[in-house]
Design a protein around this ligand. Structure first.
Ligand code: NAD
Ligand code: LMR
Length: 330
């Protein structure tokens, strides 16, 4: 049976994450090795020529799963019939820019894109926001798409999750595949809380596997994961691209195809009030996924140590939400 292609929209397609993402989407890493895709590339006018160059390369790869490529600077066209949308293009912070300016500039991108998704996307649309500040950009898009169920808008903390798994594997010598149930709580920012207290490494509680070393946890692991984005910018002179693209693929693949038994992942999702996170905020939680839907993992015991860190990151999200509310963006 020939499957109907899935329409995948990528914004900021000509950027560095876009370049690391598109070839892997077209070769089956987003949805599966048997799922054909149509790519819809959204760029600003200055980015269209580079997107056309990337499209030439995509054609030159002769990917069997790639059916069609559309390149446009019109959001209504880009999201027309979209089943999956990866919102990567964003306004980066530049010298002298205050947080309010950054939120305002991104509101000018994610508000209209949310509306275009609302008016044009397919009924089963799933949205992942990668562009920073990812959680609050996702909130802006979601609030501008009142006809789309709120839970279809998610923000990327899978890169942070994968970074935490990588650090635990490096510390313990265990295989990455033996690290399970790590959680990222809160915002995709330096306030995020990578939580190992429910995690397992090769069948052992993760905290035990790292020698119950509280000093390592506080002074090494947590800051390394939370500040990894800045460390990469410092080292590379540009923000993470291949690992960010890889995490975006992981996020959508897991959302669509499910988490493994006994494991979970981290996603920025609309809070239902779980764990004291104000309802409506887009915050990172431990989630399981099945049949294209996710559920926040319930009933985890939260120590005072974890509570303080979750609250700090959630408070930052509350401040960002209040700022975009004051700016009239939501
Ligand atoms: P980049 O500057 O290389 O590319 C961004 C692209 O977006 C550019 O081609 C630009 O023309 C395009 N663009 C800008 N405004 C647009 C709009 N309104 N519509 C469509 N396209 C638009 O940046 P990058 O390195 O690809 O990073 C993209 C974003 O992802 C940044 O905001 C970055 O901070 C963020 N990021 C997030 C994570 C995460 O874990 N959530 C990780 C890494 C990077
Ligand atoms: C990352 O975590 O690598 C990025 O979000 C960093 C950034 O500011 O683009």
């Amino acid at each position: 049976m020939t499957r109907t292609p899935v329409n995948v929209t990528i914004t900021g397609a000509a950027g560095q994450i876009g370049y690391a993402l598109l070839f892997r989407i077209a070769s089956g890493h987003l949805l599966g090795a048997d799922v054909p895709v149509n790519l819809r590339l959204l760029e600003i006018p200055q980015g269209l020529k580079a997107a056309e160059g990337t499209a030439m390369e995509l054609v030159d790869c002769a990917f069997p799963l790639l059916r069609d490529i559309t390149i446009t600077d019109n959001p209504n066209q880009a999201f027309d019939g979209a089943n999956v949308a990866l919102l990567v293009g964003a306004r980066p912070r530049t010298a002298g820019m205050e947080r309010g300016d950054l939120l305002q500039a991104n509101g000018g991108i994610f508000g209209p894109q949310g509306k275009a998704i609302n008016d044009n996307a397919a009924d089963d649309i799933k949205v992942l926001v990668v562009g920073n500040p990812a959680n609050t950009n996702a909130l802006i898009a979601q609030r501008n798409a009142p006809d789309v169920p709120a839970e279809r808008f998610t923000a990327m903390t899978r890169l942070d999750h994968n970074r935490a798994v990588g650090q635990l594997s490096a510390k313990t010598g265990a295989l990455v595949s033996d690290v399970k149930r790590v959680t990222i709580w809160g915002n995709h920012s330096a306030t995020q809380y990578p939580d190992i207290f429910h995690a397992e490494v090769a069948g052992k509680p993760a905290f035990e596997a790292v020698g119950s070393d509280q000093a390592w946890l506080e002074n090494d692991f947590i800051p390394t994961v939370a500040k990894r984005g800045a460390a990469i910018i410092e080292a590379r002179g540009a923000s993470s691209a291949a690992s960010a693209a890889n995490a975006a693929l992981d996020h959508v693949y897991t959302w669509v195809n499910g988490t493994a038994e006994g494991d979970w992942t981290s996603m920025g999702v609309v809070s239902d009030g779980s764990y004291g996170v104000p309802a409506g905020l887009i915050s990172s939680f431990p989630v399981t996924t099945k049949d294209g839907k996710f559920e926040i993992v319930q009933g985890l015991e939260i120590s005072d140590f974890s509570r303080a860190r979750i609250d700090a990151s959630v408070n930052e999200l509350v401040e960002e939400r209040d700022a975009v509310q004051e700016l009239g963006l939501i």
